[in-house]
Design a protein around this ligand. Structure first.
Ligand SMILES: Cc1cc2nc3c(=O)[nH]c(=O)nc-3n(C[C@H](O)[C@H](O)[C@H](O)COP(=O)(O)OP(=O)(O)OC[C@H]3O[C@@H](n4cnc5c(N)ncnc54)[C@H](O)[C@@H]3O)c2cc1C
Length: 412
């Protein structure tokens, strides 16, 4: 989903400069895919990528060295020179790019084909040989005096492209949810069909506990992703403030949990899960990626600390969402009290992950208490908020009501 995600996420950044980008926005939301390279005026649909990362600077984009020199101020045209070490979907029609001007790091839209129909001076040096995600090309590119339009104010590149980054984070959590769904469906389906020790796996109590625990994890992920996505749809106000913080919480938590989740689903298939004829190895290789790009774990966790410190509206919106569920579960209330006191701080950088993980988990619990079936919400709180150990899937509290949790995942 990476190319679709980046294309979708580019729109808010392009809106910083409608005089230059309106044609791009109009073509981009056309909804069709038009592969051949042509000037965008001749295309029915376009896709966009992003080129921020350089060898010496991925998380720390201010370490970038790509330079931009002005060509035509009135048309906002510049010429870019430099190397970008990670640029996915290089077949895209254009890239939002960071490069230094005399005013500082700035954001540019660099087209593959210039408006006069010539190939822009963007060279794909090589494709990356990645662990997974192989059907989506990623590349190293160089700009050799490539033409680009300045988007937003010179020197405010990070502030401009952050809108794209924010929206790609919504994509990373949605894609993670998709991977979880597919992995869980494979596990449940296998357990329904496979027998061991005279019983179908789905009827073996230890397997039921594993599948039910995975189902809880998945249900909580659905609740979180859908809630964050809803907040993105709000025009402004507290919902947007909530979106800023909650997408980072979800990105941190869901993408980090995903490799362990997919692995556990894989194990439900036994040896069949480990061979390439089935889909599990591919899902497993894909699973860590969404944690690494668009803000790796530490970077996201530190981002959350900054948002808590600098954006009281986000903090209030988050706390309000949780406080509304007070009184529904004793473990939730106790965990909420501890969390609120810990959020008062000070929280050091070394404690960032601990706090952010708990914030995400309690948000999931609150959403399940608000919207989920009672058994799902209760077992989630019992198993993850100080009940059983919670470090391994399949460790549910004794007496957990597993049947209704599993019924929601089993197909006739
Ligand atoms: C498959 C894939 C596709 C990608 N596609 C693109 C793309 O299309 N365009 C693009 O621009 N980039 C892309 N990237 C690059 C990606 O966004 C970067 O790799 C990522 O932002 C991390 O940057 P880095 O590699 O320089 O690692 P670093 O920034 O060196 O980080 C290494 C580790 O240090 C941690 N760290 C960083 N800063 C701190 C700190 N202050 N405190 C504590 N820990 C810290 C990080 O969390 C990370 O774990 C892609 C990467 C992958 C894997």
């Amino acid at each position: 989903m990476c190319p679709v995600n980046m294309t979708y996420a580019a729109i808010p950044a392009l809106r910083h400069q409608p005089d230059v980008t309106q044609d791009w926005i109009d073509t981009l939301i056309g909804g069709s895919y038009d592969a051949p390279l042509r000037p965008i005026g001749e295309k029915a649909g376009i896709t966009l990528g992003m080129a921020m990362t350089e060898k010496q600077g991925g998380s720390d984009v201010r370490a970038n060295t790509t330079r931009a020199e002005p060509v035509d101020g009135a048309r906002r045209l510049w010429r870019l020179t430099g190397h970008k070490w990670f640029c996915s979907a290089p077949m895209s029609d254009g890239f939002l790019t960071l490069a230094y001007t005399d005013k500082g790091l700035s954001c540019f839209l660099v087209p593959r084909i210039t408006p006069d129909g010539a190939r822009n001076a963007i060279h794909i040096m090589r494709l990356k040989d990645k662990l997974g995600n192989k059907s989506n090309a990623s590349s190293e590119i160089e700009y050799h005096g490539a033409t680009g339009w300045l988007i937003g104010e010179a020197g405010r590149g990070v502030a401009t492209i952050i809108d794209m980054v924010h929206h790609t984070r919504l994509g990373t959590i949605s894609a993670t949810l998709g991977i979880m769904r597919m992995a869980l469906a494979q596990a449940v389906n296998h357990a329904q069909g496979r027998s061991a020790f005279q019983k179908r796996l789905i009827d073996q109590p230890a397997m039921r506990a594993v599948l039910a625990d995975l189902a809880l994890e998945y249900e909580a992920a659905v609740a979180l992703v859908v809630r964050v996505a809803k907040a993105f749809d709000a025009p402004d106000g507290p919902e947007r403030a909530f979106a800023r913080l909650s997408v980072a919480l979800a990105k941190y938590w869901l993408t980090k949990r995903n490799p362990a989740f997919v692995f556990e689903c894989m194990e439900c298939l036994g040896g069949a899960g480990y061979v390439e004829e089935g889909p599990m190895p591919r899902l497993y290789r894909e699973a860590p990626l969404n944690a690494i790009w668009e803000g790796s774990g530490n970077v996201i966790a530190l981002d959350v600390l900054r948002t808590l410190a600098k954006q009281p509206d986000s903090r209030e919106a988050y706390i309000g969402e949780l406080a509304a569920q007070r009184g529904k579960h004793a473990r939730f209330d106790a965990a909420l009290d501890t969390l609120l006191s810990d959020m008062e701080g000070p929280v050091g950088e070394a404690q960032a992950r601990g706090l952010v993980g708990r914030m995400a988990l309690l948000l999931q619990a609150a959403l399940l208490l608000a919207h989920g079936p009672a058994t799902v919400a209760e077992t989630f709180c019992e198993s993850r908020l100080g009940g059983s150990d919670g470090r391994m899937f399949g460790v549910l509290p004794a007496g957990a009501d597993i049947d209704p949790i599993l019924e929601r995942q089993v197909f006739a």
